[in-house]
Design a protein around this ligand. Structure first.
Ligand code: ISE
Length: 333
């Protein structure tokens, strides 16, 4: 029997999950949806006309006809809904951030520890991207010697007006914190943040350069620039003792037209990480059907939020701020 998934939140990410689920994920159906907006519900119902509409997310989580949930509602609701899923003993794929503060995210970790079981997968989809997978493999198998630098770039076309410099760290850079921990397979020791001058095209936030030192001494640099205008771009260059390995700069398709030869740049992360989103959902369905946990755990979600707080301190106070996220509980070993 197919796994019956419930979708909480039918906005940009919820609709994307619904589309992927309906088209590309065997073994699961979209059985229920919740969203306060009739317009957004209708959009998702056109993809899955038989999905049942629930009045509240709590009713959906408790319903015996729903086996697992995708939580893609506004950030401030993630923690309480993840806790409700754990209480109902239902697997949940929770969009990042797991909490709006590390304390909130920690509540989810503690609830899983008390339950003695993992239910939550955090939607840091980059862990499923084949390119990042290859970088992680390089480190794991020591094919180029020890890693020394990891140079990252995170550029958005234009972020919404509410995205402040703080959110560049706590909402966008958290992806980088998670994927760099994954690629290097270790924790961070310190962070510093330098803000560039404001782009004249955006007065909401400043472009940031983050420098992070890992516990073993790898230096990570991250340009986080959310107003690049030309499109969405993510880069990562892993510099090791005997060579470097990088995410490809070139998309799979090139084009010749109008006397030009070139490549298109993706407009946003959904297009750029389409493969990763698909693989993430497939693996979540396997996990929810009884398979092993995969992807980012609740502890990884907590770690990203906690690192963000150290980053915010570094932005505010200047200088190098030591990072300590504390020990990893046995459940996540
Ligand atoms: C956005 O909030 C996301 O979650 C995307 O995955 C990320 O890549 C993007 O840059 C953020 O602004």
């Amino acid at each position: 029997m197919s796994l019956r998934l419930g979708l909480i939140g039918c906005g940009i990410m919820g609709e994307d999950h619904a589309r992927i689920l309906v088209r590309d994920v065997p073994g699961a159906i979209l059985a229920g949806i919740f969203d306060p907006s009739a317009e957004r519900r209708t959009q998702v119902l056109t993809l899955a006309p038989t999905a049942r509409v629930f009045e509240t997310p709590e009713a959906m989580i408790a319903d015996p006809d729903i086996d697992a949930v995708l939580i893609a509602s506004p950030d401030a609701t993630h923690t309480s809904l993840a806790l409700a899923a754990i209480k109902a003993k239902k697997p949940a794929l929770v969009e990042k951030p797991l909490g709006t503060t590390p304390e909130e995210a920690r509540m989810v970790v503690d609830a899983e520890i008390a339950a003695g079981q993992r239910f939550v997968q955090v939607g840091f989809m980059r862990r499923f991207d084949p390119g990042y997978g290859a970088l992680a493999q390089t480190v794991r198998e020591n094919t180029l010697g020890a890693p020394l630098f990891l140079h990252c770039v995170h550029r958005n076309m234009v972020a919404p007006a509410y995205v402040t410099s703080d959110l560049v760290i706590s909402n966008a850079s958290v992806h980088e914190f998670d994927i760099c921990r994954f690629v290097l397979g270790e924790e961070f020791a310190a962070i510093s943040v330098t803000a560039a001058r404001m782009s004249s095209l955006s007065t909401a936030r400043r472009p940031l350069l983050l420098t992070i030192e890992s516990v073993s001494g790898v230096v990570i640099t991250l340009e986080a620039f959310l107003d690049a205008q030309y499109g969405y771009e993510v880069q990562a260059d892993l510099v090791c003792e005997t060579g470097t390995r990088s995410l490809s700069r070139l998309p799979r398709i090139s084009e010749r037209s109008d006397s030009r030869f070139g490549y298109a740049v993706d407009a946003d992360w959904r297009a750029h990480f389409a493969d990763a989103y698909r693989l993430q959902l497939r693996d979540f369905v396997r996990f929810a059907a009884g398979g092993p946990p995969v992807g980012s755990s609740a502890f990884d979600g907590y770690a990203a939020s906690k690192i963000a707080v150290f980053g915010l301190n570094a932005l505010k106070e200047g200088g190098r701020v030591a990072i300590d996220i504390g020990p990893k509980p046995d459940l996540y070993a």
